[in-house]
Design a binder for this molecule. Structure first.
Ligand code: 0PR
Length: 355
C-alpha cells in the first residue's frame, strides 16, 4: 500500500442513499476479520467456520419461520436466486423448464436464466408495483419449475402476494421461491405474509449483507426440504467432505462469521429497532418530498421512490449524493441503517436549494 493509499478512506456513507449495502455492525466487523483466512467451502477442514454457518442458518430460520432450515451463506442474493432456480430445474421432470417471475424481480433472475439455460417469463406488475396474480397464472404451465415472488422489491420495496403465488405454483407442481434478499430483515416486524410460516414457500433468498448489517459477502439461501440441497449437491471425491451444494467452491469465512455475529447481536430487538427507525425515516422523507410537490410512492418498507425531473436528479448527484433511479425514471432512496434523519434533512436542504 502506498502512503497515499493508506490515507484514502475506503468508503464514506454520509451521502449514500442508493445502496442496499450498509455499514456493518461492529461485532460483525470484528468477527469477519477473525475469519478472513477460513473457507466454509471445505467444512471438514475448517470446522470452526462450518459450525458458525450452521448457527447462522438456524438463526435465519427463526427469522423466516422455518424450524429446521436447510441452506448456507451465499455470496449474495444473486447466488441465492440462481441456486433456487437451479434446484427447481434439477428437480423438475420437464426437458425445457421455465421460471415465472414478476417484472419487478431483480435482474439476477436474468443471469440465472442465462447461465442455467431456462426460459424466464416475466409477468407485469399491478398498479401498485406488485406481481399481478392473474398475469402470473396466465404464464405458468406444466414446464414451470419455479414461481418467484419478491418480498421487498429492489425498486419500490413492495411485497408480492406470496400466498396467492404459492397457490399458482402448487397448481402446476412448481416450487415457490421468495426473494427476500433485501426485505427479509424488516418484514418480521410488519404484518405482511411473506415467510415459510405464511405460505408453502420452498426456497428463499435473505441477505445478511443488506438489512442484516453484516459485512459483504453474506447472502442467505434457505430451503424447506433437505431434498432441495440434494438437488444441488455434486460429489467432491478428494475433499474431506463428500458433497457440495453451493455454487461457490472456496467461500468467504469472513462473510459467514460476520453474518452470524450480526444476527446474534441484532435478532430480534436490534432489527426491530432498526426497522422502526428506517421506516420512520422513509415516511419522513416521503412526506417532505410530497410537501414539496413531488409525486411519491407510499413507502411500505424503508424505500422511497418519487418522480423528479432529470435536471434536479443530476444536480443532486453533482452535490455528491449517491442516488439512483427506477426503470421508470423515479428517484429511489433506500433508507438503509446508515441513513440518518440528519442525512435526509441535509439532502432535503439541497433539494430546496435547487428551487
Ligand atoms: N434480490 C433483490 C430483491 C435485490 O434487491 C438484490 C440486489 C438481489 C436480489 C441481488 O443481491 P446481490 O447484489 O447481493 O447479489 N439489490 C441491489 C440492487 O441491485 C444490490 C445493490 C447493492 C446495488 C448495493 C447497489 C449497491 O450499492 O440495487
Amino acid at each position: 500500500m502506498t502512503r497515499g493509499e493508506a490515507r484514502r478512506p475506503p468508503q464514506e456513507f454520509d451521502r449514500v442513499l442508493s445502496s442496499m449495502c450498509t455499514t456493518p455492525h461492529p461485532a460483525a466487523r470484528e468477527a469477519a476479520q477473525a475469519f478472513l483466512a477460513t473457507n466454509p467451502g471445505d467444512p471438514e477442514t475448517y470446522p470452526a467456520v462450518a459450525e458458525r454457518e450452521r448457527d447462522a442458518v438456524a438463526l435465519l430460520g427463526e427469522i423466516v419461520g422455518l424450524s429446521s432450515p436447510h441452506g448456507y451463506i451465499a455470496a449474495g442474493g444473486t447466488e441465492a436466486n440462481l441456486q433456487a432456480v437451479r434446484a427447481a430445474r434439477n428437480r423438475a421432470d420437464a426437458d425445457a423448464v421455465n421460471v415465472v417471475a414478476p417484472a419487478s424481480a431483480h435482474f439476477s433472475f436474468q443471469k440465472a436464466a442465462d447461465v442455467l439455460g431456462v426460459e424466464l417469463r416475466l409477468a407485469p406488475t399491478d398498479g401498485d408495483h406488485r406481481a399481478d396474480v392473474a398475469a402470473v397464472a396466465d404464464l405458468v404451465d406444466d414446464d414451470t419449475a419455479v414461481v418467484v415472488g419478491v418480498a421487498g422489491t429492489t425498486e419500490y420495496g413492495r411485497v408480492d402476494p406470496i400466498p396467492a403465488l404459492a397457490d399458482i405454483a402448487a397448481g402446476v407442481d412448481a416450487n415457490l421461491h421468495v426473494d427476500a434478499a433485501w426485505g427479509g430483515f424488516v418484514l418480521p416486524f410488519t404484518d405482511h405474509d411473506w415467510s415459510f410460516a405464511d405460505a408453502p414457500v420452498d426456497t428463499m433468498a435473505i441477505d445478511p449483507h443488506k438489512m442484516g448489517q453484516a459485512p459483504v459477502p453474506a447472502g442467505g439461501f434457505l430451503a424447506r426440504d433437505p431434498e432441495t440441497l440434494d438437488a444441488l449437491a455434486i460429489e467432491t471425491p478428494y475433499l474431506e467432505s463428500d458433497t457440495q451444494p453451493t455454487l461457490g467452491g472456496t467461500r468467504s469465512g469472513a462473510g459467514v462469521a460476520g453474518a452470524l455475529a450480526s444476527l446474534r447481536a441484532l435478532w430480534p430487538d436490534g432489527y426491530r429497532e432498526q426497522y422502526e427507525r428506517t421506516q420512520g425515516n422513509a415516511e419522513y422523507l416521503a412526506a417532505e418530498l410530497a410537501a414539496r410537490g413531488y409525486d411519491v410512492v407510499d413507502p411500505e418498507l424503508p424505500l422511497v421512490a418519487a418522480d423528479m425531473p432529470d435536471a434536479e436528479f443530476q444536480a443532486l448527484r453533482q452535490e455528491g449524493w449517491r442516488i439512483s433511479r427506477t426503470a421508470s425514471d423515479a428517484l429511489r432512496v433506500v433508507c438503509m441503517p446508515h441513513v440518518t434523519r440528519e442525512m435526509l434533512a441535509a439532502f432535503l436542504d439541497d433539494v430546496d436549494a435547487l428551487a
